[in-house]
Design a protein around this ligand. Structure first.
Ligand SMILES: [Zn+2]
Length: 195
């Protein structure tokens, strides 16, 4: 029996973890934990501009740093990533039963994660060199984190996260995204109910 609770404390994070947090109870924001209290994540560079002004100053010197201007790939401290929310660990190699119980998608996948050093290498590489353009449907923060974890791209596919891969992992990931985003609120209630 797998544990359903994916909520984690910052102190419990391990390097290479894919984590997410709920924003406005509507959507999840995803990132990769790289150690030393920091995450690498993809933001929408356009939407981010207006929010930045409201932010309170963060004492972490490189928090919010974007090495390639306009790429949307940022390194951020945990506090700024979760804001006032909680932190959840995205689950890899979830069983079919687990997927069904979580109402599929957005919080877990049956796909396998690569070793943490590879995950961190990809995230760091994309921070240093930039990333293909952010797109809410085709290429969002979750796609970014999934790519860092598995090395699988969505690039030559026209539709959504459901079609992101062509490999033996494809079916698992497609199945995992069926129902997105209609089940989003339900999924959040499940997460919150498990605190
Ligand atoms: Zn910060």
């Amino acid at each position: 029996m797998e544990l359903f609770n994916q909520k984690v404390k910052p102190s419990e994070l391990e390097k290479g973890d894919h984590v997410y947090t709920w924003r406005k109870k509507i959507y999840t924001h995803h990132g990769i934990f790289i150690g030393e209290g920091k995450l690498i994540h993809l933001v929408n560079p356009k939407a981010d501009g207006s929010r930045k002004k409201e932010k309170s100053p963060c004492p972490t010197s490189d928090c919010g740093l974007e090495k390639v201007a306009g790429s949307g790939v940022r390194v951020t401290c945990i506090d700024c990533f979760i804001k006032k929310g909680s932190l959840y660990r995205f689950k890899y190699e979830a069983s079919r039963e687990f997927l069904v119980a979580k109402l599929r998608g957005g919080t877990c996948t049956t796909a396998r994660s690569d070793p943490p050093e590879e995950v961190i290498h990809r995230a760091t590489y994309l921070l240093e060199n930039g990333y293909i353009e952010y797109d809410l449907i085709n290429n969002n923060c979750e796609d970014f984190a999934l790519y860092c974890k598995t090395g699988l791209w969505s690039k030559d596919i026209g539709y959504s996260q459901a079609n992101m891969v062509h490999s033996t992992k494809k079916e698992a990931i497609i199945e995992n995204y069926v129902g997105f985003p209609r089940s989003c609120l339900k999924r959040e209630n499940k997460d919150l109910g498990e605190q």
